[in-house]
Design a protein around this ligand. Sequence first.
Ligand code: NSP
Length: 220
Amino acid sequence: MEVGGGVIETWLKKHRMLYIRATKHPLILSIRDGTIDFSSFKRWLGQDYIFVRAFVPFSASVLLKACKESDNSSDMEVILGGMASLNDEIAWFKKEASKWGLELSTIVPQKVNQEYCRFLESLMSPQVEYTVAITAFWAIEAVYQEGFALCLQDGSKTPPELKETCQRWGNDGFGQYCRSLQNIANRHLGKAPPDVVARAEVALLQVLELEVEFWNMSQG
Ligand SMILES: Cc1ncc(CN)c(N)n1
């Protein structure tokens, strides 16, 4: 439970407006207030399935970097735990898609999704430092955690059909996982040279921008 007072918290204050645009996007707010257009949800579901499939090899690359570059063996265990739940996540997408009558094999990735997947690929290069990759990895998970947790708060009017989706990323266990990733990122950022820290900040901003665009794309 170390979270607080690290580089990440400084950045979240500095880039607060962008962080809010990513975590409290109108699409998320429309889930929370029950006004969501289900065609937007279906578009998001199909596109996110493609994204998550690209996220798996990125996660594997972060795991590899952790094994090679981290001084703490628990980093590997935290990342491995996240990867194990990605296996479950892919199965969930398939089940959810069939519930909504979506044929996943026919879905074509939209331009923003392609850009996001290309960004993940760029981070998979061995030249990208573990500190930069783990910062992006944390941000990608944290944005979903924060956004979907909002839809589970008391007083939210999330439609019953979407509760399971919100639980997937908004649950407390996933919240704890994101805090563990944040602690790892903070620990590495705290001892990284300034050029690496600067690249990690750029990666964070890229994630946040892409997340906003991903929601925009889903909204149609
Ligand atoms: C676009 C996006 N961002 C983040 C997550 C959470 N892994 C996701 N599934 N999709």
